[in-house]
Design a protein around this ligand. Structure first.
Ligand code: HEC
Length: 127
């Protein structure tokens, strides 16, 4: 996991250097594109729109994807979460995330209550 991440960073850095080297004339280089939403979804109050969705996906990618896979598909010993909302409500999901279960680690203390709620509500809508 960590090694892969490191490799990715190294590759990115290498690419960035290569791009500069080939650019030749620095002054004509456009400013680097802003990192695509560096992780924090902008707060948009209680609209419950895309901002919450983005936040949930960011949290999922950082904390859950390693086991439950990119598209919530699971695999091996890891259950799919694609229809988890028809199995549990948001409160039950929050309980599983907070306390863990069998092979699932507890996230209480690693994620805030708000983050757990955002994730639970997002997952509860997956039916
Ligand atoms: C280390 C691997 C691992 C990580 C990381 C992980 N899970 Fe799990 N998860 C599991 C396993 C294994 C189970 C099955 C537990 C069981 O059988 O009781 C599970 C079960 C679940 C369930 C219940 C699914 C069902 O159908 O009963 C939910 C919901 C869930 N995980 C959500 C999450 C969320 C949200 C995250 C990120 C915050 C997360 N998991 C991170 C391994 C993981």
């Amino acid at each position: 996991m960590f090694k892969k991440g490191l490799l990715f960073v190294v590759l990115l850095t290498t690419f960035a250097f290569a791009a500069v080297a080939c650019g030749g004339n620095d002054t004509s280089e456009p400013a680097p594109a802003p990192a695509e939403n560096g992780g924090q979804a902008p707060e948009e109050g209680a609209t419950g729109g895309d901002a919450t969705n983005d936040e949930a996906m960011t949290l999922y990618n950082a904390n859950c994807m390693a086991c439950h896979a990119t598209d919530l598909a699971g695999g091996g010993n890891f259950p799919s979460l694609q229809n988890v909302g028809s199995k549990y409500d948001a409160g039950e999901i929050a309980g599983i995330i907070s306390n863990g279960r069998n092979g699932m680690p507890a996230f209480q203390g690693r994620l805030t209550e708000d983050e757990i709620n955002v994730l639970s509500q997002w997952l509860a809508a997956k039916k």
